[in-house]
Write a protein that binds this ligand. Structure first.
Ligand SMILES: Cc1cc2nc3c(=O)[nH]c(=O)nc-3n(C[C@H](O)[C@H](O)[C@H](O)COP(=O)(O)OP(=O)(O)OC[C@H]3O[C@@H](n4cnc5c(N)ncnc54)[C@H](O)[C@@H]3O)c2cc1C
Length: 467
């Protein structure tokens, strides 16, 4: 007899959801976690959960549907994502949210917001951010007869005749009917970023990862040992940064004017972060410059609209006078007495900035941004010397979404399109669920919870059926 029916590797959102569902299905479950506590990146997160047709939306009088979410998901991703997985995520995200609520996670209706570019708000923010989601799941794990093994990193599976039969911990093999890989992403592994997320690696020393240091891509390595195919190459979520410090500033002040190396504006500077990093990345050189003048610098004060999401609720101190002056010394804020001088310092096409700035200033004066329709109250003229520019990089690695190929039952596949018997995967370790476009805040936690639950139930079902 196997030691366990189901072994779950990784105890973040996906792994805890899998362990709970497997235990509720009657399986004997072990949950093995590399860290000294459960939670993973899920516990560090903002705790936003993306879903349609939920009780929270209805409490706000919002009508929404699974079809609308699915269409939005596929359109934003230009159909370059596994449609069956996107459909499953759209269909089950609402149930996953209600499941979390039933266990005690608070998603207040007043915190519901449009976290992407959707027409109706689908970003459900947990009152206590990601730590509340993780703590509630942890509590539910401990209420069940689940063997939790902490501070233990699984580095090898026991594979026999192509089927996964257990995990190896040193010389010891723990046998099981099914393994669920839920080890999160690989943002903390520079080597794998190079291999699977070259766009992030492009930023070299400017790139930094905000998730759990244990998320080193072990799931991809474990899956590959069993022959799994890796899909969804070069995908994840990068956020933009002026690279002043390791701060997670999700939104930047609207008064900044962004230009590319051609000296042209290319975006409404206040667009959603889910969109901004991709737009910046698409510019020549993969970065852009935030331009402003000395009046804007002198009046730049801490603004509660722009928070450091990494330091829960703290106001971002990037775009305030003293910081900007200090960053002139580091060379990260460039200062020019004329726009022409600024162009030369930035390597912007000569004699381009003046025309762009003149048009921008006309729009500020005229009361409407005719180029990109940025809200007028967030615009400031660029008129008083000296002028300033800060290079903006899409360099904060928030999550990765290249990973193991799964089907809607979370079974893992090899490159020959065959199911690897006994192997399931869920969450950030899987590929082709999240696409090239992050659909909005909550995409990844919904992915972890929805497919984690499915993985637990399916793994238990396979194992209890003896096969
Ligand atoms: C600061 C921040 C804010 C974010 N905000 C949001 C948000 O608001 N909404 C959203 O949808 N997404 C957000 N994300 C992304 C989201 O949190 C993650 O993508 C998601 O929670 C991943 O869940 P997971 O269960 O797949 O992985 P994780 O929660 O990272 O769990 C993986 C677990 O596996 C463990 N592990 C790894 N390797 C091994 C091994 N070999 N053996 C045993 N255990 C192992 C890790 O220690 C970890 O505990 C945010 C991320 C960060 C870092």
């Amino acid at each position: 007899m196997n030691a366990y029916d189901v072994i779950v590797v990784g105890g973040g959102g996906a792994g805890m959801a899998a362990a709970i569902e497997a235990a509720d299905a009657g399986a004997r479950v072990a949950l093995i976690e590399a860290d000294t506590r459960l939670g993973g990146s899920t516990s560090l997160s903002g705790g936003v959960y993306y879903a349609a047709d939920t009780s929270v939306q209805r409490a706000r009088g919002i009508n929404d549907s699974v079809d609308a979410m699915f269409q939005y998901y596929m359109t934003l991703n230009q159909y370059r994502v596994n449609a069956a997985l996107a459909r499953t995520l759209s269909e089950h995200a609402g149930q996953g949210l209600e499941w979390l609520i039933s266990m005690g996670v608070r998603f207040p209706a007043e915190l519901l917001y449009a976290s992407g570019v959707e027409n109706v708000p689908r970003g459900h923010a947990a009152a206590g951010q990601g730590s509340e989601i993780a703590e509630v799941l942890d509590r539910e794990v401990s209420r069940r007869d689940i063997d939790v093994v902490l501070a233990t990193r699984v580095t090898s599976l026991d594979v026999r005749d192509g089927a996964v039969c257990g995990v190896r911990l040193g010389d010891e093999v723990i046998s099981t009917g099914a393994v669920v890989i839920a080890t999160g992403g690989f943002g903390a592994n520079p080597h794998l970023l190079h291999r699977y997320y070259p766009e992030a690696a492009l930023q070299a020393d400017k790139a930094w990862y905000i998730g759990s240091s244990h998320c080193v891509g072990d799931g991809l390595m474990l899956g590959e040992q069993a022959g799994a195919e890796i899909v969804g190459l070069n995908r994840g979520l990068l956020l933009t940064t002026p690279n002043f410090r390791k701060e997670l500033e999700v939104y930047v002040p609207g008064w900044l004017m962004y230009v590319n190396r051609e000296g042209r504006r290319f975006v409404n500077e206040t667009v959603e972060y889910a969109v901004m990093s991709g737009v910046v990345r698409a510019q020549t050189g993969g970065s852009c410059f935030a331009v402003f003048d000395s009046d804007a610098l002198e009046s730049a004060v801490p603004d509660s609209r722009y928070t450091d999401a990494f330091a829960a609720g703290a106001i971002s101190l990037n775009w305030v006078r003293d910081e900007l002056l200090a960053q002139i010394q580091t060379g990260k804020v460039l200062q020019g007495q004329t726009l022409g001088a600024l162009e030369r310092m930035c390597g912007i096409r000569p004699e381009s900035l003046q025309a762009t700035v003149a048009e921008y200033n006309r729009d500020v004066e005229g009361g409407a941004d005719r180029a990109f329709f940025k809200p007028h109250d967030q615009m400031k003229p660029v008129a008083t010397a000296p002028f300033y520019a800060v290079e903006i990089f899409p360099a904060i690695v928030c999550l990765t979404s290249t990973g193991l190929r799964i089907d809607t039952c979370t079974r893992v596949y090899n490159a020959a399109n065959e199911v690897i018997p006994g192997l399931f995967a869920a969450g950030e370790t899987t590929g082709d669920v999240l696409g090239e476009r992050y659909i909005g805040g909550g995409n990844s936690i919904a992915n972890a919870v929805v497919f984690g639950r499915i993985a637990g139930a399916e793994a238990a079902s396979l194992s209890l059926a003896g096969g």
